[in-house]
Design a protein around this ligand. Sequence first.
Ligand code: G6P
Length: 468
Amino acid sequence: MTATLSDLVVVSNRLPIDVSVAADGSMTYRRSPGGLVAALQPVLSARSGAWIGWPGAPDFSFEPVRLDGILSIPVALTAEDIADYYEGFSNATLWPLYHDVITQPEYHREWHEAYRTVNAKFAEAAASSAAEGGTVWVHDYQLQLAPSMIKQLRPDVKVGFFNHIPFPPEALFAQLPWRREILMGLLGADLIGFQRAQDAGNFRSCVRRLTGLATRGHQILVRESDGSVRDVLSAAFPISIDSAAVDARARLPRVQARAREIRSELGNPDRILFGVDRLDYTKGIAHRLKAYEELLRERRLKVPGVVMVQVASPSRVGVSAYQTLRDDVETTVGRIAGDFGSLGSPAIHYLHQNQDADEMAALYLAADVMLVTALRDGMNLVAKEYVASRVDGRGALVLSEFAGAADELRHALLVNPHDIDGLKASILRAAAMTPKEQRRRMQALRRRVIENDVSRWASSFLDTLARR
Ligand code: G6P
């Protein structure tokens, strides 16, 4: 066991810090941006907390480092681990399987083997970092075997698991050759959290049909090897953002000035349509572009009155489905730009780059219509960030009913992104929405996002786990 034991240990594929190495080998550490680490920071630092994760590069490690009260403990992965566990089993098997098989999942025994080995590495690191009777909170689909591995190594600790992505219906999950092992891996946890009630329900029906274990309401009754029965609770805990921080940033004079500047740099159009996503096939970027292109072709939207901005942050570039998606999106963007723009008045601005938090806030403030057209999404925090940024009560949110956020954000214009005519009608409706209707809807949306922020989400999960 390591010298410092932690009462609360978070385990996720990625560490919450960015490490840069200078030419002389010295390292500097910076907390990564993002709501999850911000939300967990106070509780982790109060409980001498640790975070176990991969530093994001091959064969890279360092001594555990404490930053803002969180001890980051790296799990080093080899290039082969990354290819098989991360790009392979996590992102070319589980990711498409859990997102409605939008692209075909690939099933490879070597990938599964690597997934098991890497999950064991994370589990061992967690087991040797947790204090007696402490809590270990495992995150997301990359680590579904870790809960039972941790429980086996350390029966004294409480184990929680939260799945950030959807959990598929049994008819799809049943394809997975290792379906029973994954379910039993998760069932090592005392509490299993999902984004939507629908995901928790899918999980319980998979458990009933594929493991033969009984469920009672939200509980699953797990028979242990000694014959005793342990009950595991599964429930929905919809994640959120650091709403107050997003709201505060949008009020900064420099951000408001930048939003005005963006508007004028875009030629002061009547309507700015905006999309921002990781470049992922689950986000429905192609559907959104198709709807926009048809509206331009039919002259129901006209340049320069309207302009679209699409920010696509680079993601999982080593996985072939992401390379194909990039080619498809960029072909369509090129066609839209070529067919409908003119010098000085482009129809679309496309950025395949990460934007910093100020620029994002300014873009949200400048966007008259926010397009979230995911084909399947665990939650979609962009929708919540847009709402929290609209301190002026303006703007219109077009939101896919297949994003978890649709359960809460009922005052958005909800769309089925597969229905291109329906999507086009909603885009036109959003673009024509009166300021009064924008305010009415945005007020209701803001109430929801401000009330249910990420720290409330974290404490509700941890309090429920503590009561187990
Ligand atoms: C989703 C997943 C996260 C993941 C993130 C970025 O939100 O739920 O677990 O970290 O995408 O993907 P990446 O593969 O770059 O970590």
